[in-house]
Design a protein around this ligand. Sequence first.
Ligand code: 13P
Ligand code: ZN
Length: 276
Amino acid sequence: MKVLDAKFVQGFIRMCNDGWEQGWHERNGGNLSYRMKPEETESVKEELRTDGEWREIGTSVPNLAGQYFLVTGSGKYFRNVILDPEDSIAIVELDEKGERYRICWGLVNGGKPTSELPSHLMNHEVKMLASGGKHRVIYHAHTTNVIALTFVLPLKDEIFTRELWEMATECPVVFPDGVGVVGWMVPGGRDIAVATSELMKQYDVAIWAHHGMFASGEDFDLTFGLMHTVEKAAEILVKQLSMCPRKLQTITARNFRDLAVDFHVTLPEKFLYEKE
Ligand code: 13P
Ligand code: ZN
Protein backbone atom coordinates (compact mmCIF):
# COMPACT_ATOMS: atom_id res chain seq x y z
CA MET A 1 0.00 0.00 0.00
CA LYS A 2 1.07 3.60 -0.58
CA VAL A 3 1.83 5.51 2.62
CA LEU A 4 -0.71 8.19 1.76
CA ASP A 5 -3.45 5.58 1.36
CA ALA A 6 -2.95 4.18 4.87
CA LYS A 7 -5.70 5.00 7.36
CA PHE A 8 -3.28 6.00 10.14
CA VAL A 9 -1.58 8.48 7.81
CA GLN A 10 -4.92 10.00 6.82
CA GLY A 11 -5.88 10.27 10.50
CA PHE A 12 -2.57 11.98 11.25
CA ILE A 13 -3.04 14.50 8.42
CA ARG A 14 -6.61 15.24 9.52
CA MET A 15 -5.45 15.88 13.07
CA CYS A 16 -2.78 18.33 11.88
CA ASN A 17 -5.44 20.21 9.97
CA ASP A 18 -7.87 20.16 12.90
CA GLY A 19 -5.17 21.72 15.10
CA TRP A 20 -4.44 24.36 12.46
CA GLU A 21 -8.14 25.24 12.27
CA GLN A 22 -8.26 25.68 16.04
CA GLY A 23 -5.54 28.35 15.78
CA TRP A 24 -2.97 26.42 17.79
CA HIS A 25 -0.29 26.26 15.08
CA GLU A 26 0.96 29.69 14.04
CA ARG A 27 3.83 29.42 11.58
CA ASN A 28 5.64 26.14 12.39
CA GLY A 29 4.32 26.01 15.96
CA GLY A 30 3.49 22.60 17.40
CA ASN A 31 4.31 19.04 16.37
CA LEU A 32 2.69 15.60 16.26
CA SER A 33 4.00 12.03 16.41
CA TYR A 34 2.39 8.59 16.11
CA ARG A 35 3.95 5.26 17.17
CA MET A 36 3.11 2.92 14.32
CA LYS A 37 1.74 -0.59 14.85
CA PRO A 38 3.93 -3.37 13.36
CA GLU A 39 1.17 -4.30 10.91
CA GLU A 40 0.90 -0.65 9.78
CA THR A 41 4.64 -0.54 9.12
CA GLU A 42 4.37 -3.82 7.23
CA SER A 43 1.46 -2.53 5.13
CA VAL A 44 3.49 0.40 3.72
CA LYS A 45 6.88 -1.37 3.57
CA GLU A 46 7.02 -1.10 -0.24
CA GLU A 47 7.53 2.68 0.09
CA LEU A 48 9.95 2.72 3.04
CA ARG A 49 13.58 3.53 2.25
CA THR A 50 16.35 1.71 4.07
CA ASP A 51 19.24 3.85 2.83
CA GLY A 52 18.63 6.90 5.07
CA GLU A 53 21.50 8.24 7.14
CA TRP A 54 21.36 7.40 10.87
CA ARG A 55 21.26 10.54 13.03
CA GLU A 56 21.40 11.10 16.79
CA ILE A 57 18.05 11.59 18.55
CA GLY A 58 19.76 13.58 21.33
CA THR A 59 18.48 11.26 24.04
CA SER A 60 18.06 7.57 24.56
CA VAL A 61 14.77 5.60 24.40
CA PRO A 62 15.85 1.94 24.61
CA ASN A 63 12.29 0.65 25.04
CA LEU A 64 11.37 2.08 21.64
CA ALA A 65 14.30 0.46 19.79
CA GLY A 66 13.41 -0.61 16.26
CA GLN A 67 9.98 1.06 16.27
CA TYR A 68 8.63 3.33 13.51
CA PHE A 69 7.06 6.76 14.02
CA LEU A 70 5.12 9.15 11.82
CA VAL A 71 6.20 12.71 12.78
CA THR A 72 5.87 16.29 11.62
CA GLY A 73 8.99 17.95 10.22
CA SER A 74 10.94 20.69 11.95
CA GLY A 75 10.04 24.13 10.65
CA LYS A 76 7.06 22.72 8.73
CA TYR A 77 3.69 24.44 8.96
CA PHE A 78 0.62 22.48 10.13
CA ARG A 79 -1.49 24.39 7.59
CA ASN A 80 0.55 22.83 4.78
CA VAL A 81 0.38 19.21 5.92
CA ILE A 82 -2.94 18.51 4.19
CA LEU A 83 -1.75 20.14 0.94
CA ASP A 84 1.68 18.50 0.71
CA PRO A 85 2.13 15.73 3.27
CA GLU A 86 5.25 14.29 1.65
CA ASP A 87 7.02 17.64 2.14
CA SER A 88 5.83 18.20 5.71
CA ILE A 89 5.86 14.86 7.54
CA ALA A 90 8.09 11.78 7.76
CA ILE A 91 8.22 8.17 8.84
CA VAL A 92 11.33 7.49 10.93
CA GLU A 93 12.79 4.23 12.20
CA LEU A 94 14.76 4.00 15.46
CA ASP A 95 17.96 1.94 15.70
CA GLU A 96 18.47 -1.14 17.85
CA LYS A 97 19.58 0.96 20.85
CA GLY A 98 16.94 3.68 20.63
CA GLU A 99 19.63 6.35 20.23
CA ARG A 100 19.48 7.18 16.52
CA TYR A 101 16.81 7.52 13.84
CA ARG A 102 16.69 7.47 10.06
CA ILE A 103 14.10 8.84 7.65
CA CYS A 104 12.27 6.11 5.68
CA TRP A 105 9.61 8.18 3.95
CA GLY A 106 8.58 11.83 3.51
CA LEU A 107 10.40 15.17 3.93
CA VAL A 108 11.05 14.85 0.20
CA ASN A 109 12.47 18.36 -0.04
CA GLY A 110 14.90 17.82 2.81
CA GLY A 111 14.74 18.64 6.50
CA LYS A 112 14.49 16.66 9.67
CA PRO A 113 11.85 15.58 12.20
CA THR A 114 10.52 18.09 14.72
CA SER A 115 13.05 19.74 17.03
CA GLU A 116 10.93 18.34 19.87
CA LEU A 117 11.72 14.75 18.85
CA PRO A 118 13.50 14.09 22.21
CA SER A 119 10.34 15.14 24.12
CA HIS A 120 8.05 13.17 21.81
CA LEU A 121 10.08 9.98 22.05
CA MET A 122 10.70 10.18 25.80
CA ASN A 123 6.96 10.77 26.31
CA HIS A 124 6.15 7.85 23.99
CA GLU A 125 8.45 5.60 25.99
CA VAL A 126 6.91 6.57 29.35
CA LYS A 127 3.31 6.38 28.11
CA MET A 128 3.81 3.10 26.22
CA LEU A 129 5.09 1.50 29.43
CA ALA A 130 2.45 3.14 31.67
CA SER A 131 -0.47 2.20 29.37
CA GLY A 132 0.62 -1.34 28.55
CA GLY A 133 1.30 -0.31 24.94
CA LYS A 134 -2.04 1.44 24.34
CA HIS A 135 -0.86 5.05 24.00
CA ARG A 136 0.42 5.84 20.51
CA VAL A 137 -0.06 9.59 19.97
CA ILE A 138 1.95 12.52 21.39
CA TYR A 139 0.74 16.01 20.44
CA HIS A 140 2.33 19.39 21.13
CA ALA A 141 0.24 22.52 20.46
CA HIS A 142 0.56 26.24 21.16
CA THR A 143 -2.82 26.55 22.84
CA THR A 144 -3.56 30.24 23.35
CA ASN A 145 -5.60 30.22 26.55
CA VAL A 146 -3.47 27.70 28.43
CA ILE A 147 -0.42 29.79 27.56
CA ALA A 148 -2.17 32.94 28.82
CA LEU A 149 -2.95 31.24 32.14
CA THR A 150 0.73 30.42 32.71
CA PHE A 151 1.27 34.17 33.29
CA VAL A 152 -1.37 34.53 35.98
CA LEU A 153 -1.70 31.23 37.87
CA PRO A 154 1.01 29.73 40.11
CA LEU A 155 2.84 27.05 38.08
CA LYS A 156 1.62 24.18 40.23
CA ASP A 157 -0.08 20.95 39.09
CA GLU A 158 -2.65 21.19 41.91
CA ILE A 159 -3.71 24.72 41.02
CA PHE A 160 -3.89 24.28 37.24
CA THR A 161 -5.77 21.00 37.56
CA ARG A 162 -8.31 22.28 40.06
CA GLU A 163 -8.94 25.57 38.25
CA LEU A 164 -9.38 23.79 34.89
CA TRP A 165 -11.62 21.08 36.37
CA GLU A 166 -13.91 23.77 37.80
CA MET A 167 -14.50 25.25 34.35
CA ALA A 168 -16.57 22.39 32.91
CA THR A 169 -18.29 19.47 34.57
CA GLU A 170 -16.86 16.95 32.10
CA CYS A 171 -13.23 17.97 32.71
CA PRO A 172 -12.48 15.63 35.63
CA VAL A 173 -14.03 12.80 33.61
CA VAL A 174 -11.86 13.57 30.56
CA PHE A 175 -8.60 14.14 32.50
CA PRO A 176 -9.14 12.54 35.93
CA ASP A 177 -5.39 12.27 36.59
CA GLY A 178 -5.04 16.06 36.23
CA VAL A 179 -2.40 18.10 34.40
CA GLY A 180 1.28 18.65 35.15
CA VAL A 181 3.12 21.94 34.73
CA VAL A 182 6.73 22.51 33.63
CA GLY A 183 8.18 25.94 34.48
CA TRP A 184 9.80 27.87 31.62
CA MET A 185 12.65 25.93 30.00
CA VAL A 186 14.58 26.09 26.73
CA PRO A 187 12.57 23.98 24.25
CA GLY A 188 13.92 21.39 21.84
CA GLY A 189 16.42 19.59 24.01
CA ARG A 190 16.91 16.71 26.39
CA ASP A 191 16.37 18.65 29.64
CA ILE A 192 12.81 19.69 28.84
CA ALA A 193 12.18 16.18 27.49
CA VAL A 194 13.27 14.65 30.81
CA ALA A 195 11.13 17.09 32.85
CA THR A 196 8.06 16.48 30.65
CA SER A 197 8.37 12.70 30.53
CA GLU A 198 8.73 12.67 34.32
CA LEU A 199 5.29 14.35 34.56
CA MET A 200 3.87 12.01 31.92
CA LYS A 201 4.38 9.11 34.34
CA GLN A 202 1.38 10.54 36.25
CA TYR A 203 -0.50 12.65 33.73
CA ASP A 204 -1.68 12.55 30.11
CA VAL A 205 -1.21 16.33 29.81
CA ALA A 206 1.82 18.52 30.50
CA ILE A 207 1.73 22.31 30.26
CA TRP A 208 4.90 24.15 29.25
CA ALA A 209 4.83 27.62 30.84
CA HIS A 210 4.67 30.46 28.28
CA HIS A 211 4.85 27.93 25.44
CA GLY A 212 2.04 25.37 25.10
CA MET A 213 0.92 21.86 25.94
CA PHE A 214 1.78 18.20 25.39
CA ALA A 215 -0.97 15.57 25.35
CA SER A 216 -0.76 11.80 25.10
CA GLY A 217 -3.44 9.32 24.09
CA GLU A 218 -4.35 6.01 22.52
CA ASP A 219 -5.50 7.37 19.16
CA PHE A 220 -5.98 10.62 17.24
CA ASP A 221 -9.55 11.22 18.44
CA LEU A 222 -8.75 10.78 22.13
CA THR A 223 -5.56 12.84 21.99
CA PHE A 224 -7.07 15.70 19.99
CA GLY A 225 -10.16 15.60 22.20
CA LEU A 226 -8.01 15.80 25.31
CA MET A 227 -6.07 18.82 24.02
CA HIS A 228 -9.33 20.46 22.95
CA THR A 229 -11.02 19.87 26.31
CA VAL A 230 -8.14 21.29 28.35
CA GLU A 231 -7.80 24.31 26.07
CA LYS A 232 -11.55 24.95 26.14
CA ALA A 233 -11.54 24.86 29.96
CA ALA A 234 -8.65 27.34 29.85
CA GLU A 235 -10.67 29.59 27.54
CA ILE A 236 -13.58 29.60 29.99
CA LEU A 237 -11.19 30.38 32.85
CA VAL A 238 -9.69 33.30 30.91
CA LYS A 239 -13.22 34.64 30.30
CA GLN A 240 -14.21 34.19 33.92
CA LEU A 241 -11.04 35.90 35.21
CA SER A 242 -11.61 38.74 32.74
CA MET A 243 -15.25 39.25 33.72
CA CYS A 244 -15.04 38.73 37.44
CA PRO A 245 -11.82 37.43 39.03
CA ARG A 246 -13.67 36.23 42.10
CA LYS A 247 -16.18 33.46 41.32
CA LEU A 248 -19.65 33.83 42.81
CA GLN A 249 -20.18 30.06 42.66
CA THR A 250 -18.32 27.06 41.32
CA ILE A 251 -18.06 23.26 41.34
CA THR A 252 -16.90 22.39 44.87
CA ALA A 253 -14.66 19.65 46.22
CA ARG A 254 -17.79 17.90 47.45
CA ASN A 255 -19.35 18.13 43.97
CA PHE A 256 -16.22 16.53 42.48
CA ARG A 257 -16.42 13.67 44.98
CA ASP A 258 -20.08 13.05 44.03
CA LEU A 259 -19.22 13.17 40.33
CA ALA A 260 -16.36 10.69 40.83
CA VAL A 261 -18.77 8.16 42.32
CA ASP A 262 -21.39 8.42 39.56
CA PHE A 263 -18.89 8.55 36.69
CA HIS A 264 -16.64 5.84 38.13
CA VAL A 265 -13.43 7.87 38.09
CA THR A 266 -10.79 8.16 40.78
CA LEU A 267 -9.81 11.76 41.45
CA PRO A 268 -6.53 12.17 43.37
CA GLU A 269 -7.03 13.73 46.82
CA LYS A 270 -4.30 16.32 46.17
CA PHE A 271 -6.71 18.13 43.80
CA LEU A 272 -9.69 18.11 46.16
CA TYR A 273 -8.40 20.56 48.75
CA GLU A 274 -10.84 22.87 50.52
CA LYS A 275 -10.83 26.47 49.32
CA GLU A 276 -11.71 29.46 51.46
P1 13P B 1 9.35 22.33 15.13
O1 13P B 1 9.01 23.13 13.90
O2 13P B 1 10.81 21.94 15.15
O3 13P B 1 8.44 21.14 15.28
O4 13P B 1 9.16 23.27 16.39
C1 13P B 1 7.93 23.87 16.67
C2 13P B 1 7.69 24.00 18.12
O5 13P B 1 6.56 24.17 18.54
C3 13P B 1 8.83 23.93 19.07
O6 13P B 1 8.39 23.82 20.38
ZN1 ZN C 1 6.34 24.54 20.66
